[in-house]
Design a protein around this ligand. Structure first.
Ligand code: GLA
Length: 370
């Protein structure tokens, strides 16, 4: 926050009027379940996007500390589509206009501490941060999950990704040292404490999410087709018995989601009992299911999961949508650094790639400071 305010002062010569912080997320478990009304267990993290807002203006003028000035756009998100990173902002403004936000413009600087492409939801944090800034500037209030839903729709509008609510919900609902057990159909949630001895180690494979959006959209279509075949509207209504007689692809896609929903409940129970061995076992089962039934892994992520287990993690799995990005390993807090360096050095030996590691801390959700 301080860095963004400082950058702002250098650009504008005075202090910002609002400073908004929106975190990225890790998802402890519950992958590819959100868009079928399934269960997820994310946590907001200490890294995020900070937006420092000046007073009002006729348009929305955003400048990124890393990416430079974005193309300005109208406060209601209308007009010709802008190109570059500011399209996320324009899409958010358009979604908020549909919810009745008065068309107030603003000038703001934006800073992100989330490594791009690591599967920590930098785009959701950007959307939530801009949404809160736009709401503050127009004195317009939304319930946090309504704001998250608007940002989810903005992701589709901006880059054509038909994502679920996982990333944006985690960014607004986060609490320190806590994961969020969210039912993506009803949007009911409860908090699950993350024990101190459990460290969430994220290791980035360094492989870009190539073909991520088409691959993601295809999985979503396949799952929706499979759900229609069994006559269900949400994945938590489907049982193993209903998979019988389905074509093999539909059966695999549905089997992942049904088993993953159950793993979310079991993982939450394991955390509450501080049974990290059981939690780790569930992560490994989740990875196998994402690899074999949902087919969203790549060899580098499979290797990282194996290396993390060999180095002493309780368990690990690919994090986020797959097709590249990171793994999440559950490790003993006291051993986090040692395991991180063992995994990254063996990964380098075997692939020639640098795997960046960081420990994610379950942290507070988005805030607006006046
Ligand atoms: C991406 C999407 C989320 C979710 C995950 C997979 O992060 O943005 O909505 O579907 O993939 O769990």
């Amino acid at each position: 926050m301080e860095r963004t305010s400082e950058f702002f002062r250098r650009c504008f010569g005075h202090a910002p009027r609002w400073v908004v912080a929106a975190p990225g997320r890790v998802n402890l478990i519950g992958e590819h379940t959100d868009y079928s009304g399934g269960l997820v267990l994310p946590a907001a993290i200490q890294l995020g996007v900070t937006t420092a807002v000046a007073a009002l203006s006729d348009s929305v003028v955003l400048t990124s500390t890393k990416l430079g000035p974005g193309e300005p756009f109208a406060p209601d998100g209308g007009g010709a589509p802008v190109t570059g990173w500011a399209r996320y902002g324009q899409a958010v403004a358009a979604e908020l206009a549909e919810l009745g936000r008065p068309p107030a413009g603003l000038t703001a600087t934006i800073d992100s501490t989330i490594p791009a492409g690591a599967g920590l939801s930098s785009s959701a944090a950007l959307e939530v941060s801009i949404a809160l800034a736009l709401c503050a500037a127009a004195d317009f209030e939304l319930k946090v999950l309504q704001l998250a839903l608007a940002c989810q729709r903005a992701e589709l509008r901006a880059v054509g990704k038909p994502c679920g609510i996982l990333d944006q919900a985690a960014s607004v609902l986060g609490r320190p040292d806590t994961a969020i057990l969210l039912d993506c159909a009803t949007l009911e949630y409860r908090f699950v404490p993350v024990p101190d001895e459990a460290a969430l180690l994220v290791v980035d494979s360094g492989v870009e999410h190539s073909g991520e959006i088409p691959g993601y959209a295809q999985r979503r279509r396949e799952l929706e087709h499979a759900l229609a075949l069994v006559g269900a509207t949400r994945s938590t209504e489907v049982s193993e018995a209903q998979l019988e007689g389905l074509d093999p692809l539909s059966a695999r896609r549905l089997r992942h989601v049904i088993s993953e929903n159950q793993r979310v409940l079991d993982f939450a129970a394991a955390l509450e009992e501080r049974d990290l061995a059981e939690a780790g076992r569930l992560l490994l089962a989740g990875h196998a299911s994402l690899r074999d039934d949902y087919e969203v892994s790549i060899p580098e992520l499979d290797l990282l999961v194996e290396l993390a287990s060999d180095a002493g993690a309780y368990g690990a799995r690919l994090l986020g949508g797959g097709f590249g990005g990171s793994i999440l390993a559950l490790v003993d807090t006291a051993r986090a650094d040692e395991i991180a360096s063992a995994v990254t050095s063996r990964y380098r030996e075997q692939t020639g790639r640098d795997g960046r590691a960081l420990t994610a801390h379950a942290s507070a959700g988005a805030t607006v400071r006046r």
